[in-house]
Design a protein around this ligand. Structure first.
Ligand SMILES: NC(=O)C1=CN([C@@H]2O[C@H](COP(=O)(O)OP(=O)(O)OC[C@H]3O[C@@H](n4cnc5c(N)ncnc54)[C@H](OP(=O)(O)O)[C@@H]3O)[C@@H](O)[C@H]2O)C=CC1
Ligand SMILES: O=C([O-])CC(=O)C(=O)O
Length: 267
């Protein structure tokens, strides 16, 4: 059985725990919550048969097989870097955090010192395997468009780009590099960062973000061109009820990744 620590227990975290509840090969022992949110998180987990222990930091003597981050950008600095130094393998969903200059190198160095590994999860997008294979032959361009319902852009700089409550048609709220998108939209542009890290890099991947008042889906579309040929993918994700910014596929992506570590065959 694999012993897991989960960082963050919001929409993704709860969804993952629900799906893992009956998997005999995976056990989440600890959930790490923000300071001051422990009681709320315990409440969220009250209906679980065997709820994980809720803490605000990993105990010094804990040695989970895997740590999975489902929290947000600041959790990388706070929890992932120290865990890597301790030799704990980490799975990351908040990939946009790696847009901060120097953080990729710091994560690599911490993993090397801990003799362990970091896995960046595909989350709400697919095709990362093909894009990253295409990179080997050389890529010429990668263009990504993220289109979400207007409500998904609440409390983001999208509110300055347009009036989200009154737009009557799909409106471009951002155009620029994946690095800038991930910095400005930490809860909405992790996919942009993932595509760029698998492909042409944070500064050469072109990103367009759209608020669409007529859509109830999170639509991720990208087109890559290179020596391999051309690749286009459009993924129409259903948002989670608990968080309209986040697609349900992100939860399944975490469960798949954890299962691949525990089961005899990985796919
Ligand atoms: N790769 C991808 O495709 C996607 C990635 N994401 C990433 O996943 C993150 C989580 O998404 P989601 O579950 O929907 O968000 P939620 O806001 O529903 O949940 C996040 C939870 O993590 C907690 N949290 C935040 N920071 C920390 C921290 N430093 N330590 C411990 N707990 C923390 C929050 O608690 P509190 O509010 O009390 O701080 C909250 O309970 C997003 O912020 C985004 O970065 C999301 C969607 C897709
Ligand atoms: O869940 C999604 O659809 C994608 C998302 O929020 C992100 O890229 O950060």
């Amino acid at each position: 059985m694999l012993h897991i620590t989960m960082i963050g227990c919001g929409a993704i975290g709860v969804g993952v725990l629900e799906l893992l509840e009956n998997d005999p090969q995976l056990c989440v022992d600890y959930v790490i919550a923000s300071r001051g949110s422990e009681a709320l998180v315990r409440q969220r987990l009250a209906s679980f048969k065997q709820p994980p222990q809720v803490l605000t930091a990993l105990p010094a003597d804990a040695r989970p097989d895997l740590l999975v981050e489902c929290a947000g950008h600041r959790a990388i600095e706070e929890h992932v870097l120290p865990a890597l130094e301790r030799g704990i393998a980490c799975l990351i969903v908040s990939v946009g955090a790696l847009s901060e200059v120097g953080l990729v190198e710091r994560l690599e160095a911490a993993a090397e010192r801990g003799k362990t590994r970091i896995e960046l999860l595909p989350g709400a997008i697919g095709g990362i395997d093909a894009l990253s294979a295409a990179k080997v032959g050389g890529l010429d361009s990668v263009n990504y468009t993220g289109r979400k319902p207007a409500r998904a852009w609440k409390n983001t700089p999208g509110e300055q780009a347009c009036d989200l409550d009154s737009i009557s048609e799909a409106t471009v709220i951002f155009q620029g590099s994946a690095r800038e998108a991930a910095r400005l939209y930490p809860k909405n542009a992790n996919v942009a960062a993932t595509l760029s890290l698998a492909g042409l890099g944070l500064d050469r991947t072109h990103v367009t973000l759209i608020a669409d008042p007529h859509s109830d889906e999170n639509v991720h579309h990208f087109e890559a061109r290179g020596a391999f040929g051309r690749f286009e993918l459009s993924l129409r994700g259903k948002p989670l009820l608990a968080n309209p910014k986040t697609s349900a596929l992100t939860v399944y992506s975490v469960v798949r990744a954890l299962g691949n570590h525990a089961h005899a065959i990985s796919i």
